[in-house]
Design a protein around this ligand. Structure first.
Ligand code: FAD
Length: 504
């Protein structure tokens, strides 16, 4: 950090990760920093990634982006959570909603009270006590506090291509230089081994002090040049393909993502203002591409707007996200399927963490070690949460689901499950992304039954417990009853809906 020269940042790749990195650096890097982004029109972007989580607001607030402008520009809709249809068994559905579920009482978190009430036979599904879940099912939406002072956290569904364009405009206005071209070689410094220059097909050479690899699955810099290594997690999350297709609007304009279990994977349904984003995530061991394509097309709510597009992936993460003078952000850092819409969040979190230690040169090894340890913790805990959805299924007799139900679990997840099964204990370690409330909704939704609840929950007289649940349910339903429909609310908030997309 003794180096006084302004850092020249070079971002390789202009998908969601590249432009999020560019925008954040443009806003926060010290004056005198130069930022260049190289992207290849010939290669293009992955073109999916349209559902987010509420933490996303933090980024836009930090960047000073107006929400209504963002939602208009990206043809966004509101998202209150994710419905998991058929994940426990065919015909069953639960919502993992954002925001609180129920109310704690005394020393006990709500889920312990719920377990007691459930054992006594008078608890409804957790969703009945969640403002977000009830509003989602009713197709209602509002922002800000309800009359009873309750917030309803939300995220967005948006058009990924439009989001990248929006951030490109933001970044270029703040001095980011965009270079169009295909990187053909990555030249390294002979002494340090650091990346020195990106060489383009055109013959142009782009020098930098620090490089951000946003080249997607190619991981051209961090893996191609620096060989950071990859931890393959496909033994836990064996899906390795996705088939994606947008379709015309149809069905209800719901304020939540749907994740629909199928024979060998699951289908996402993401409603935007102008179309619906759909895709089938599946395991090639159990389903062919043709079958995936046919399954997807047979389960759309509107006419397809293009042919289904296959995407291949391997689940896992880079062993070192930051190596030498290169940081991997986005798909170059690794991939976990979008079951809980976590990838864009991981981009945001990588950039935010990086900014807290922004190097003037390549950075210290101890800083890189710290960064990589944080990233590993964050990624592994999300992986565990995703694995839970698959593992705790009751789709007996279906080979894909049978294999997942009986697979060996990561130790960290096995411990969490053992604690829940013994006494309903859920604890959030450090700053892992998913809180007790998230784990509770998925554990309960997936039918994982604890043997007992914490006896401290017995301190509340049964009549009071009944009243607590009944009142929470009634107040929740009453608040939702006062909310406008999702479409009406969105229209008034963004000043009219985008025109429907028509087939190319
Ligand atoms: P890309 O979009 O692939 O961009 C790579 C960039 O690098 C492009 O600009 C490309 O042109 C450039 N590039 C590559 N090679 C070169 C080269 N040689 N020279 C010059 N430029 C080059 N995330 C979520 O949060 N929510 C979701 O709902 C979600 N759904 C997903 C569904 C699927 C099937 C997949 C695969 C991913 C999903 N994701 C989701 C993840 C999300 O799409 C990505 O995290 C996000 O789009 C970031 O991608 P990226 O920018 O890293 O890569």
């Amino acid at each position: 950090m003794t180096d006084t020269a302004p850092t020249r940042f070079v971002i390789a790749g202009g998908g969601t990760a590249g432009w999020m990195s560019a925008a954040t650096l443009a806003r926060f890097a010290p004056p005198g920093t130069s930022i260049t982004l190289v992207e290849s029109d010939a290669i293009g972007t992955v073109g999916v990634g349209e559902a987010t989580i509420p933490q996303f607001h933090l980024l836009h607030r930090a960047l000073g982006i107006d929400e209504q402008e963002l939602m208009r520009a990206t043809k966004a809709s509101f998202k209150l959570g994710i419905a998991f249809d058929g994940w426990l068994r065919e015909g069953h559905s639960y919502i993992h909603a954002f925001g609180p579920v129920g109310r704690a009482s005394g020393l006990m978190p709500f889920h312990q009270l719920w377990l007691r009430a459930r054992q006594a036979g008078f608890a409804k599904e957790p969703g009945a006590y969640s403002l977000n879940a009830v509003a989602a099912r009713a197709g209602r939406m509002r922002r800000g506090q309800t009359a009873r002072g309750q917030e309803m956290p939300y995220a967005y569904h948006f058009d990924a291509g439009l989001y990248a364009s929006f951030l490109r405009e933001y970044s270029e206005k703040r001095g980011v230089t965009r270079v169009e071209g295909t990187i053909s070689a990555v030249a390294r410094d002979g002494d340090s081994g650091d990346i020195a220059t990106l060489e383009l097909d055109s013959g142009a050479r782009i020098k930098g002090d620090f490089f951000i690899d946003c080249t997607g699955f190619r991981a051209l810099l961090v893996e191609g040049a620096l060989e950071a290594g990859f931890d393959d997690w496909s033994r836990y999350l064996p899906c390795d393909r996705a088939m994606a297709v947008p379709c015309e609007q149809g069905g209800e304009f719901i304020p939540y993502t749907r994740s629909i279990a199928h024979k060998a994977g699951w289908q996402w349904r993401i409603p935007l203002q102008h179309r619906i984003g759909n895709g089938l995530v599946y395991s090639s061991e159990y389903m062919s591409d043709d079958e995936a394509s046919a399954t997807l097309l047979a389960n759309l709510d509107g006419a397809p707007l293009s042919d289904p597009r296959p995407i291949h992936f391997t689940t896992g993460m880079r062993r070192e996200h930051w190596k030498g003078n290169c940081l991997a952000v986005g798909l170059s850092a690794g991939f976990m399927e979008p079951l809980e819409s976590t990838s864009i969040h991981l981009i945001q979190s990588a950039i935010s963490r990086f900014l807290t230690v922004l190097p003037q040169g390549r950075g210290e090894q101890s800083t890189r070690d710290w960064f990589n340890a944080q990233a590993r913790f964050e990624w592994e805990r999300i992986r565990d949460f995703l694995v839970l959805h698959y593992h705790a299924n009751q789709r007996v007799g279906e080979p894909f689901w049978d294999a997942l139900r009986t697979m060996e679990l990561p130790d960290t997840l096995a411990t969490k499950l053992a604690q829940w099964r013994a006494s309903g204990l859920i604890h959030r370690e450090h700053e892992e992304l998913f809180t007790e409330v998230g784990w509770f909704q998925v554990l309960a939704g997936q039918g994982v039954e604890p043997a007992a609840y914490n006896p401290v929950a017995d301190a509340l007289p049964e009549a009071d417990l009944r009243a607590l649940l009944e009142q929470t349910e009634a107040i929740t339903a009453q608040q939702v009853g006062q909310m406008p429909g999702h479409k009406d609310f969105l229209q008034s908030y963004v000043g009219g809906m985008a025109r429907p997309e028509i087939p190319a």
